[in-house]
Design a protein around this ligand. Structure first.
Ligand SMILES: Cc1ncc(COP(=O)(O)O)c(C=O)c1O
Length: 338
């Protein structure tokens, strides 16, 4: 078990524990037991995985006396939307660096952008090239806020930091209790599958699985970049986690796998077959995924299962990490599918 005393300070924002639901029809179709951990239920406006990390990051921001959090992401970033809304609940303001091809002509106010705007976040539009040098822009904006008498706290991309990783260590401790309710004390080996977008969720799951001592295999399906890119990020988070909390009983880099090959047309770009998989799951189970993260990871999981039904063992827990608001800005891409 992962003792609660080990956890860093947090602000309680997420609606947890989230339910673990059996997907009976999907399981029959795939020929393997599939359950969904409904992290899209962490909140309505806060829906998804990011709020689990933000509980720890915003507690740290407050402890450090910050009044404004700065973070970054793609134009329709779920992480930025969750940060903007969670910051309000934690009594803080937010500034978002959002990536778009032409900052002079930012995208329409829809989906997550609408929520960012409703939340009153300051938005700074930046190009993909500027995004690559975002650390400098973070510093520039922090200095500017300082000049206005404010104190900024920088949250790196996706909240995927060593502190944010605790969010998914916590999710594993929840999952162990969920599995005990199903199996009693003799837990079946379980493979957890999630979308990997900036690495923090996968790192937290891997650390949590190792700390729990339970037979949980962690598989991330990357939705951008490639396996090597994420292995470097995740290993680094795990290494620094062990250095920062040597008493947390995570030792060495915990095992995890990244299944590469499902980025498709690129980050936030969908192929018709991915969108069809999202539609089919709605029609089968009444569960809605998002096109950018969970839909791609789910498509990848099904493709792997089609090649080898046993690839993930007897039981799969797919983590539904949210992202629903990302569906609406691409509604017209579904036109021929629905
Ligand atoms: C809905 C959703 N699922 C999964 C992820 C991936 O999580 P992580 O960034 O921790 O790899 C993200 C964010 O990147 C997300 O917004």
């Amino acid at each position: 078990m992962i003792g609660k005393a080990m956890f860093p300070p947090r602000v309680h924002l997420a609606n947890t524990p989230t339910p673990l639901q059996k997907m009976e029809r999907l399981s029959r179709q795939a020929g393997v037991e599939i359950l969904f951990k409904r992290d899209d239920f962490t909140g309505s406006e806060l829906s998804g995985n990011k709020v689990r990390k933000l509980e720890f990051l915003l507690a740290d921001a407050r402890e450090k006396g910050a009044d404004t959090v700065i973070t970054c992401g793609g134009a329709q970033s779920n992480h930025c939307r969750a940060t903007a809304l969670a910051a309000i609940k934690a009594g803080l303001s937010s500034l978002l660096l959002l990536r778009t091809a032409d900052p002079g002509r930012p995208p329409a106010i829809s989906g997550n952008i609408l929520l960012d705007r409703l939340a009153g976040s300051q938005i700074v539009w930046i190009t993909p090239e500027q995004y690559r040098a975002r650390d400098e822009i973070f510093e520039r904006e922090a200095r500017r806020l300082h000049g206005e008498g404010k104190k900024a706290y920088i949250i790196p991309e996706g909240g995927s930091t060593v502190l944010g990783a605790w969010g998914y260590v916590d999710a594993i401790s929840e999952l162990v209790l969920d599995l005990k309710r199903l199996d009693g004390d003799d837990l079946k080996p379980t493979t957890v599958v999630c979308a990997t977008g900036s690495g923090g969720t996968t790192a937290g799951l891997a650390l949590g699985a190792q700390m729990s001592g339970v037979d949980i295999r962690v598989v991330g399906v990357n939705v951008c970049d490639d396996r090597d890119y994420f292995v470097a990020i995740i290993d680094d988070i795990c290494r620094r986690f062990n250095e920062t909390w040597p008493g947390a009983r995570a030792t060495g880099i915990p095992p995890y796998e990244i299944v590469d090959g499902y980025v498709g047309r690129g980050y936030a770009l969908s192929r018709p077959e991915e969108l069809a998989a999202v539609r089919d799951l709605v029609r089968l189970e009444g569960v809605v995924l998002d096109p950018v993260y969970t839909g791609k990871a789910y498509f990848g999981m099904l493709a792997e299962l089609a090649r080898d039904r046993g690839v993930f063992g007897e039981r799969i827990v797919f983590i539904h990490t949210g992202g629903l608001f990302g569906l609406f800005p691409i509604a017209e891409q579904f036109a021929e599918l629905v």
